[in-house]
Design a protein around this ligand. Structure first.
Ligand code: DC
Length: 231
């Protein structure tokens, strides 16, 4: 069977991370959380005192840092220069800063190049905002997930609460909206739906229901590939 490139795009809190993790594990694929890469850049910038508006310093920073992923059984770890920063990149402060950092063209160039390098061989699920439009516009399968800001904020709140992070529901929903605005209005690679993406509204669906739809689309893509090879 062909090793597919699967793109999953959508706003924050829509379920991309959970879905891409399960999908990649089931298919035996690499899972690439591209948001974690932008978050790692934001964390590195904070530690070095680099401002989100200092594009030259951010460009240099991207040249210097090494971002890697490690999978320990089903758990994904993000490494920044060898250090496990999986928890440090998920704080509300880093989330807000990441939206600003991800708008810097030099940061995007560097991250997109790395994502293409990591995903080029196929057998990969990439999740982010611009995968189906910019990183891999010819991806074999493209999903665009959506859900209301209220529902996404609530999901994010519960997720952070489970991790023991002290959070406030109204604030979490407001932060989701601020990030939505930043992600959809930036000049470079804003969050937009690819024309050929399969759109799934997850507002009223649970994870197994969304997965069922995704697996059907992936199976259809495998079938289409097999029949085109047979022709
Ligand atoms: O998916 P996430 O919440 O971890 O993403 C963190 C931030 O990075 C979010 O503000 C959107 C941005 N991002 C992006 O601009 N492009 C991507 N491919 C992935 C994330």
């Amino acid at each position: 069977m062909k090793n597919l490139i699967i793109a999953i795009d959508g706003p924050s809190g829509v379920g991309k991370s959970t879905l891409s993790r399960i999908l990649s594990l089931d298919l035996g694929y690499i899972n690439l959380d591209t948001g974690a890469m932008y978050r790692a850049v934001a964390l590195a910038a904070t530690r070095r005192g680099i401002d989100a508006t200092d594009h030259e310093a951010l460009r240099q920073l991207c040249d210097e840092i090494i971002i890697e992923f490690a999978r320990n059984k089903s758990e994904e770890r993000v490494l920044l220069n060898g250090e496990d920063v999986s928890a440090a990149i998920r704080t509300p402060e880093i989330s807000l800063l990441t939206a600003a950092i991800a708008a810097c063209p030099d940061v995007r160039h560097a991250m997109v190049a790395r994502q293409r390098e990591l995903g080029a061989g196929g057998g990969v699920v990439l999740e982010g905002r611009d995968i189906g439009t910019v990183v891999f516009p010819h991806a074999d399968v493209k999903f665009f997930l959506k859900a209301s800001a209220e529902v996404r904020g609530r999901r994010r709140f519960l997720e952070l609460q489970t991790k023991g992070v002290a959070v406030d529901l109204a604030r979490t929903i407001a932060e989701v909206q601020v990030r939505d605005t930043a992600d959809t209005t930036r000049t470079m690679s804003p969050l937009v739906q690819a024309e050929d993406a399969v759109v799934i509204d997850t507002t009223e669906l649970d994870i197994p229901q969304v997965l069922e739809r995704m697996f059907t689309v992936v199976a259809d893509s495998h079938r289409a590939d097999e029949s085109s090879q047979a022709d």
